[in-house]
Unconditional design. Structure first.
Length: 290
């Protein structure tokens, strides 16, 4: 029993639709899949229906954007199976708006350097809840100003932190995001701690009892780093997850659905916690009705 607990679709910055991702998960022999589009749970209902059709259990999920104020850096939190997803709606809308505002500024800067039409980028965002750097680069490739999504042009324009056209703003505080996830009776897992150098934050959040798991198995970490993260999780009795972080055409590195997975032991721990949260949510609902 295995699951890929980190995949993206056209609802954020992936190039494949929900059905295409689920069908590919079935081809790869996965039992479970989590579609974790950035700051949106819009895939949940359709993904559940399609998962049943193709024989893949889909876990409702979202990758939430957050900010480490102490170190002035971004952090991503994976939220699984929120029993009260409506409580996350305002947070998702706010983060999507932050990303859209940044993207609009970046597009203006790009257009000042490259004479592409204003709607060239929006052509690739029709299904997405936001606008991403990958969409801008795809427009530049389409108009012949670059030959690849990731390369010298991308580095010049969008490399963190000094890209010529890069615009960044603070997302909601990570502690607020984690508290909101637990208020929604969801499961909070820090995504790819190595990617954004979140290791110190990770240890602080564990000490504060705010995390339910760590995404140890991710392509941004070396095998040694993956093992260290898994050891930290096991030491603190946290869930150890793995996921491909699949984006299709927009992959920054070579990765495919099922390239990183979560094993049966940790899926069982995840489902036990989902069950506990479900019971808590049901009890709270009964009290409210009374």
């Amino acid at each position: 029993m295995t699951g890929d607990l980190h995949c993206h679709t056209t609802l954020s910055d992936g190039s494949l639709g929900i059905e295409e991702v689920i069908v590919q998960a079935k081809r790869m022999g996965l039992d479970f899949l989590a579609i974790t589009d950035h700051d949106t749970l819009s895939s949940s209902n359709r993904a559940q229906i399609l998962g049943e059709r193709y024989g893949v259990k889909v876990i409702p999920a979202v990758e939430l954007s957050a900010w480490d104020k102490k170190r002035n850096s971004k952090v991503h939190i994976l939220c699984y199976a929120p029993q009260k997803p409506d409580r996350l709606e305002g947070l998702c809308l706010k983060s999507c708006q932050i990303r859209k505002d940044c993207a609009k500024e970046m597009i203006e800067k790009v257009m000042a350097r490259y004479p592409i039409p204003a709607d060239a980028v929006l052509h690739y965002t029709k299904s997405s809840k936001s606008i991403f750097k990958q969409h801008i680069m795809r427009a530049l490739v389409n108009y012949g100003y670059a030959t690849e999504l990731y390369g010298s042009v991308n580095d010049k324009l969008f490399a963190y932190p000094n890209g010529e056209c890069l615009v960044t703003r603070e997302y909601p505080d990570v502690n607020f995001v984690l508290d909101l996830i637990h208020s929604a009776k969801g499961i909070a897992v820090m995504a790819h701690p190595v990617m954004f150098n979140n290791t110190e934050l990770l240890l602080e959040l564990i000490e504060a009892g705010k995390l339910d798991g760590i995404e140890a198995y991710h392509h941004s970490a070396t095998p040694t780093q993956q093992q260290k993260l898994a050891d930290i999780a096991k030491e603190h009795d946290l869930i150890v997850t793995g996921g491909s972080d699949f984006h299709g055409l927009y992959n920054e590195t070579m990765t495919h659905i099922g390239s990183m997975t979560t094993d049966k032991e940790n899926l069982d721990k995840l489902f036990r916690l989902i069950h506990i949260n479900s019971q808590k949510a049901n009890k709270a609902a009964v009290k409210t009705e009374k």
